[in-house]
Design a protein. Structure first.
Ligand code: FAD
Length: 352
C-alpha cells in the first residue's frame, strides 16, 4: 500500500531529527525513514574512544541542550546516541526504522519513495542520509596486491586487535589523528598524511570552529568578503588524547607512501617497509545513490543546491552532508539553522 505524508525525510540521524523538529513546529505532516534499527545515525558505529571535539552544550540540536556527560568535557559517542534517542522520544518523532530507501522517482506532482518495505508518495522529500555509509579510499597503486589487513575508519573499533603489529594510519584529518593517537601506544605505528599535518591551536575546539562558521555565514549574508571556511584554520582539533600523543612525540606524520606491495609499502625514496595493517582514515562521500533515478546534475558528488533545495528538483532538499548544504551543517550544532530554513521552504511549498 502506498502511504502519502506531505514530506518524507530520508535518514533518521541528527540531520533528519533536526528537520523533523522544525517541520513539527510548522505543523507539517511528515515521516522519517531510517535504514537502521537503532537511534543515533552514524554515532552508533563510532570507534570506542571517539569523543566529540566540542563540549556538550556546543553539540546540541534545536530545542534541547545536550546534557553534560559526567566526568567528560568532550562527550563520547555513546552519550551522543543516548541524546539523539532521547530527542527522538521527547519530540515523538515519527521514525520508521529498518526501512531502506532504494530510489526516489518523479511521479507527476509527487515524488515516489521506493523502499525495501513499501512505497511512500510525498509532495516533498528531504534527504539526510549522511556520509558514513559511503567510506572513501583513494586509488593507490598496488592496493589490491597488499595481503595484510585493510580497514576504513568505519570499521575501526579499538587498538586491541593491533597490539604489537605494524600499522599505517593514512589521513591527516581528525579521524586520522585520533585513530593514530589511539593506536600509537599499542602498536608499531606509522602515520602518513598527504600534506603536512596541521594541528589547530590547542585552545581551539569545536566551539571556536562553530563561531568561525557563524561569522562566515553572517559575512556572506551581509554581502561582505568571504572569511573562508574553517579549513583555513587547520585540520586537526587537538582534543586531549591527540594532544597527549603529539606532546609525547608519538604523532609525527610522514609523507604518503608511493605504492603498496604484497607485504607492505614502498616510499617515494625507493625504500620499503613491511606492514601488517593499513587503516584508511581518508574520508567519506555523500550517500546519495537513492537519488539516482531523479537524474540530477552532480559536481564532485555534490548535487547543486540553493540553500538546501536541489536546483534541478525544487521538491527535494538535502541536509547535513557538508558546508554545501549549509555552513557547518554536518555538525550537531550547525545543522539546526539549515534544518529550520529547509522546513520553512517546505512548508511554503506545501501551502502554495
Ligand atoms: P548520519 O548520522 O550518517 O545519519 C544518516 C542516517 O540515514 C543513518 O541512520 C543511515 O542509516 C540513514 N540512511 C542512509 N541511507 C539511507 C537510505 N537509503 N534509506 C534510509 N535510511 C538511510 N560533528 C560534531 O558536531 N561534533 C563532532 O565532534 C564530530 N565528530 C565527528 C567525528 C567523525 C569521525 C565523523 C565521521 C564525524 C564527526 N562529526 C562531528 C560530524 C557529524 O556530526 C556526523 O557526520 C553526523 O553523523 C552527520 O549526521 P547525519 O544525520 O547527517 O548523518
Amino acid at each position: 500500500m502506498t502511504q502519502e505524508p506531505g514530506v518524507v525525510v530520508i535518514g533518521g540521524g541528527q540531520s533528519g531529527l533536526a528537520a523533523g523538529y522544525h517541520l513539527r513546529r510548522l505543523g507539517v505532516e511528515f515521516v522519517i525513514l531510517d535504514a537502521q534499527t537503532g537511534a543515533g545515525g552514524a554515532w552508533q558505529h563510532a570507534w570506542d574512544s571517539l569523543h566529540l571535539f566540542s563540549p556538550a552544550a556546543y553539540s546540541s540540536l534545536p530545542g534541547r541542550l545536550m546534557p553534560p556527560q559526567p566526568g567528560e568535557v568532550y562527550p563520547d559517542a555513546g552519550h551522543v546516541v543516548a541524546y539523539l534517542a532521547d530527542y527522538e522520544k521527547r519530540y515523538e518523532m515519527p521514525v520508521r526504522r529498518g526501512v531502506r530507501v532504494e530510489g526516489v522517482h518523479r511521479d507527476g506532482e509527487f515524488l515516489r519513495v521506493a523502499t525495501d518495505s513499501g512505497t511512500w508518495r510525498a509532495r516533498t522529500v528531504l534527504s539526510a542520509t549522511g556520509t558514513w555509509g559511503r567510506p572513501f579510499i583513494p586509488g593507490v597503486p598496488g592496493r589490491a596486491e597488499f595481503t595484510g589487513t585493510q580497514l576504513h575508519t568505519v570499521n575501526y573499533r579499538s587498538p586491541a586487535e593491533f597490539t604489537g603489529r605494524r600499522v599505517i594510519v593514512v589521513g591527516g584529518g581528525n579521524s586520522g589523528a585520533q585513530i593514530a593517537a589511539d593506536l600509537a601506544p599499542a602498536c608499531d605505528l606509522t602515520w602518513v598524511t598527504q600534506r603536512e599535518a596541521r594541528f589547530l591551536p590547542d585552545d581551539i575546539d569545536g566551539r571556536a570552529l562553530f563561531d568561525h562558521a557563524t561569522a562566515r555565514r553572517q559575512a556572506l549574508d551581509a554581502g561582505r568578503t568571504d572569511t573562508g571556511g574553517v579549513a583555513a584554520l587547520g585540520d586537526i582539533v587537538a582534543v586531549p588524547p591527540v594532544r597527549e600523543a603529539r606532546d609525547a612525540g608519538l604523532l609525527k606524520a610522514q609523507p604518503m607512501f608511493s605504492r603498496l606491495a604484497a607485504g607492505g609499502v614502498e616510499w617515494a625514496d625507493g625504500t620499503s617497509s613491511e606492514v601488517d595493517a593499513i587503516v584508511w582514515c581518508t574520508g567519506f562521500r555523500p550517500a546519495l545513490s537513492h537519488l539516482a533515478p531523479l537524474g540530477l546534475r552532480s559536481t564532485r558528488g555534490h548535487i547543486p543546491t540553493e540553500g538546501t533545495r536541489a536546483v534541478d528538483e525544487p521538491r527535494l532538499h538535502l541536509l547535513g552532508y557538508g558546508d554545501w548544504t549549509g555552513p557547518a551543517s554536518a555538525t550537531l550544532i550547525g545543522v539546526g539553522r539549515p534544518a529550520r530554513d529547509a522546513a520553512r521552504e517546505i512548508a511554503a511549498l506545501l501551502q502554495a
